[in-house]
Design a protein around this ligand. Structure first.
Ligand SMILES: [Zn+2]
Length: 920
């Protein structure tokens, strides 16, 4: 037995340009596991052959944290060496296939990184993407090596009654022989070739909800959702979501389930959201378990989209996978696009679709835009990385999805398919016809979509369009309009630019699809007629911008219009147009495009915030929002035709993070103070309207998590928060005097009486974030009620760590929470609920003039790095934007990052993040 150390050499940079095909192919893999938490034995029998396209060279297998016991080639002992963590074999047969047998052990119980094989709640789980399989056995751990897997699991029957792996169950039963008393086995065969990152096994005490379904083609499939005993009452929604996903993918893209059995297993210790292992998806419990008592509407909606996402990977990711990890967005951007479309297609109407679109864009702009402007900025297809785990980013996922969305828009070939939907679906069909069963690149994907639509703008502009894959940074689109009353023409001049990002000084122009309309004074879209004579049959015109500067002129424009630019957020860019307040109020009141209608309200609020941050007006007691804005918000809130969900989005101010992104120099405390003042003014000025909204949207009938009823709950939740805020500001709320003073009491009552978690949690949130005295007993009762519900406790922790800071009380409270008996740093969900909620999601409390927030951050990064480098590296990103901070924050943030960077024993994960943050 040979004891190996983890490879701790200097971190190597992996470059996309250095890609070379593997020197060997692995045709088949037979794995046998003797599962034991302390020491699991893994026998790996592989059939290999040389890749004839690559020069003869040694076989170099990846391995990490393994104990190697035996290596046999064709049944004979073989010479090998270990080189930097790799197992290197020379003198292998030059022709034909050969058998390689490797026997290793690993220590699942000690595996706190949750990568590879690990133990959670006395059950075994695996996580192999991106490079966890090398922690299970020596292998060519790269996505372009696809093999057939047969897996036998052997374990104690009582402790591990359920034994699962990918594919179909071929055999199972008791193990015979001496030493095997009480042990059993299961053998699984996956009928599909797959890369090793899609391997999975699960063993433990689990129960499952089952459903048989029949596909359109008449094939029967078994769907299963496995959870811990006691959680069965929380599996119905996940199963419904899975069934809806199966139906949708077949209906929209013609992609049917290709397995007899499809399993989802939930685990509470998981680094990511969920993992698409072939036929055996492993999920964070957060994205499986829900019932009305424990889960909010947001949880229900997230479960639907994550279940969909992982299921859709069965084709986009598993059947066609990535050639190398720089191509990660090939599967992730595409699959996020697919899950977004899935959720939208499940919406009851266009209004609900628009709400979903606004929510998606809000995530993109508050998380991805800052990333694209910061030290970790990278193209959707990165050129290099040190630790691939650091590149599971909002750029790869969310921006990648926007790139796919633009491809759909540009795949249109005219009036018969204005949205490009049909053209894009044709492209997907061609993509599978060409590449099914292979590991390919983003270029291959784009080429397929273009080739399927030869007359489309995408086909015409493909080489330039692909700059979205190669250039980092968010393009800025500057638009200026001019109306010629005499000639009745309206001209828009557009200019695009993109700021430098690390390693990319100058950028070439992007292809930017700009959907635009002209709104008249009556509020309706004006007919669009282009100067060249062509008319647009729809209210919107799609301008496909390719140059740095372009202009477009509309003729026969009878009145000066308000341009509605970038409708539906048709491209992931920053739009700069010098709208007057009056123009924005027109769009907010009338724009037929709901996205831009919402956007107009955001722009008005942002404008007030920025003016106030730049001045000292707040100190002199000025009210931050003008009467016109307040009246416009009142009109939206009281509007008879708008949906509650849309109202809630319009009435929610831009986040502190989003406001910060608009500023050159960021004073987080000033932003916080300004936004709080705006919130307070909206609360008091609209108090009667909030009260009306709360009462008009009272619960009506049994709880259902559909978009209409969840929209009602979202609006009443916001109303209650605003009413509690108004109560705080209207004298002495504790006496309960006056109309406003009643609201904290009503919130407390709602908290106690609610029949669902959404209403209950919204009421608790209203009390906590208005700083009301009733928050204390409510928090205590909430803990008592849900002390056995891990996911609900996560909410309880997160609410406190993310609560509004008034005088610096949040940090000491967070430090107390770390000492709470229910806190556990090793559980990623719990660590995130306290530490990330404070450091990454509560800027007003985190950025303290005394630097104590940053000290806390550096302590936690170092502490977590010793346990789980992936989670630590995520936390390290909380100070990405330190260079924008005003003093004293900037200097103290730098010192905190340097404190982390100075530690010699950092993981590659954290090292890469802090080095990039400190780079010039
Ligand atoms: Zn994914």
């Amino acid at each position: 037995m040979l004891q190996l150390r983890d490879s701790n050499g200097p971190a190597a940079v992996i470059r996309r340009a250095d890609y070379s095909a593997p020197a060997f192919w692995i045709d088949s893999v037979h794995l046998t596991f003797d599962l034991d938490p302390a020491k699991t034995r893994v026998l790996n029998k592989m059939t290999l052959r040389r890749n004839p396209d690559v020069s003869v060279q040694p076989l170099r297998l990846d391995g990490e944290a393994l104990n190697l016991a035996r290596v046999l080639v064709n049944g004979q002992g073989a010479s090998f060496k270990l080189d930097g963590g790799k197992l290197v074999l020379e003198n292998l047969p030059l022709e034909g296939t050969f058998e390689l047998e490797i026997f290793t052990t690993c220590e699942p119980l000690k595996n706190t990184s949750l990568s590879g094989l690990y133990v959670s709640n006395d059950s075994f789980f695996t996580q192999c993407e991106a490079e966890g399989f090398r922690r299970i056995t020596y292998f060519l751990d790269r996505p372009d090596v696809m093999a057939n897997y047969t897996v036998t699991l052997r374990a104690d029957q009582q402790k591990y009654p359920v034994l699962l792996s990918n594919g179909n169950l071929m055999d199972s039963g008791a193990l015979g022989g001496v030493g095997n008393e009480g042990r059993h086995f299961a053998t699984w065969v996956d009928p599909h070739k797959k890369p090793c990152y899609l391997f999975a096994l699960v063993a433990g005490q689990l129960v499952c909800r089952e459903q048989r379904i029949t596909s359109r083609a008449g094939k029967e499939h078994l769907l299963q959702v496995y959870v811990r005993p006691g959680d069965m009452d929380k599996t119905e929604h996940a199963m419904h979501s899975l069934m809806a996903s199966v139906v949708w993918d077949e209906a929209r893209f013609g992609l049917a389930l290709d397995l007899e059995r499809f399993m989802i297993v939930a685990t509470s210790d998981f680094n990511m959201g969920a993992m698409e292992n072939k036929g055996l998806n492993i999920f964070n419990t957060k994205y499986v378990l829900a019932n009305q008592a424990t889960a909010t509407d947001a949880d229900f909606s997230n479960i639907e989209s994550v279940v969909g996402h992982e299921y859709f990977h069965n084709w986009t990711g598993n059947r066609i996978t990535c050639r190398d990890w720089c191509q990660l967005s090939l599967k992730e951007g595409l699959t996020v696009f697919r899950d977004q479309e899935f959720s939208m297609d499940l919406c009851a109407d266009a209004s609900a679709r628009a709400v979903k679109r606004i929510e998606d864009v809000r995530v993109l702009r508050t998380a991805q835009f800052p990333e694209d402007a910061g030290p970790m900025a990278h193209p959707v297809r990165p050129d290099s990385y040190i630790e691939i785990n650091n590149f599971y980013t909002v750029t790869i996922y969310e921006k990648g999805a926007e790139v796919v969305r633009m491809m759909q828009t540009l795949a249109t070939e005219g009036a018969s398919d204005p949205s490009g939907r049909a053209g894009f679906a044709k492209g997907i069909t061609l993509y599978f016809a060409r590449h099914d069963g292979h590991a390919v690149t983003c270029d291959d994907f784009a080429q397929s979509i273009a080739d399927a639509n030869p007359d489309s703008a995408l086909a015409r502009l493909l080489p330039q369009f692909k700059r979205w894959y190669s250039q980092a940074g968010t393009p800025r689109l500057r638009a200026r309009g001019s109306y010629d009353a005499a000639a009745q023409t309206y001209t828009l001049n557009l200019r695009q630019s993109c700021a430098a990002t690390p390693g990319q000084e100058a950028k070439e122009p992007f292809v930017i699809p700009v959907s635009l309309g002209l709104v008249g004074s009556s509020g309706a879209d004006l007919p669009l007629q282009l100067q060249d004579g062509s008319t647009s049959s729809h209210g919107s015109h799609l301008l496909v911008m390719t140059q740095a500067d372009e202009s477009i002129t509309f003729v026969n424009v009878a009145e000066e219009p308000v341009p509605s630019i970038l409708r539906g957020f048709s491209a992931p860019v920053l739009l700069d147009f010098d709208y007057s307040d009056a123009q924005l109020l027109t769009l907010l009141a009338f724009d037929p495009d709901p996205f831009n209608r919402w956007e107009a309200g955001q722009r008005l609020a942002l404008r007030s915030a920025i003016q106030l941050i730049a001045s000292d007006a707040l100190l002199t007691g000025a009210t931050p929002l003008n009467d016109a804005y307040i009246e416009a918000m009142r009109s939206v809130l009281r509007h008879p035709a708008l949906d509650a969900a849309f109202k809630e989005l319009v009435l929610t101010l831009p986040s502190e993070t989003y406001i910060a992104e608009q500023l050159e120099v960021v004073d987080p405390q000033r932003i916080h103070a300004v936004r709080e003042a705006m919130r307070a003014q909206l609360a008091s000025a609209l108090a009667a309207d909030w009260q009306w909204a709360f009462e008009a949207h009272a619960p009506n009938g049994a709880y259902r998590p559909d978009t209409v009823s969840s929209g009602r709950r979202a609006l009443t939740g916001l109303a209650l928060t605003q009413l509690c805020l108004a109560a705080r500001d209207s004298g002495d709320p504790s006496t309960g005097s006056g109309q406003a003073g009643l609201w904290p009491g009503k919130a407390y009552q709602r908290f106690k009486d609610a029949d669902n978690m959404t209403d209950r949690f919204n009421a608790l949130n209203a009390l906590v974030n208005s700083g009301h005295a009733l928050a204390t007993p409510a928090l205590a009762q909430f803990h008592t009620l849900f002390k056995n519900e891990e996911l609900v406790l996560d909410k309880w922790f997160a609410l406190q760590a993310g609560s509004c800071d008034r005088g610096g009380q949040v940090l000491p409270a967070v430090r107390q929470l770390l000492k709470h008996p229910d806190f556990n740093l090793r559980n990623p969900n719990r660590a995130r609920s306290v530490i990330f909620s404070y450091c990454s999601a509560n800027p007003g409390a985190f950025h303290r003039a005394d630097a104590a927030g940053y000290v806390f951050w550096s302590e936690r990064v170092l502490e977590l790095d010793r346990i789980n480098p992936q989670v630590a590296a995520r936390l390290a990103r909380a100070l990405d934007r330190w260079k924008k901070l005003a003093e004293p924050y900037r200097s103290s943030a730098r010192q905190a990052i340097e404190r982390v960077a100075d530690k010699p024993e950092l993981s590659n994960d954290v090292r890469e993040v802090v080095s990039r943050a400190l780079a010039d």
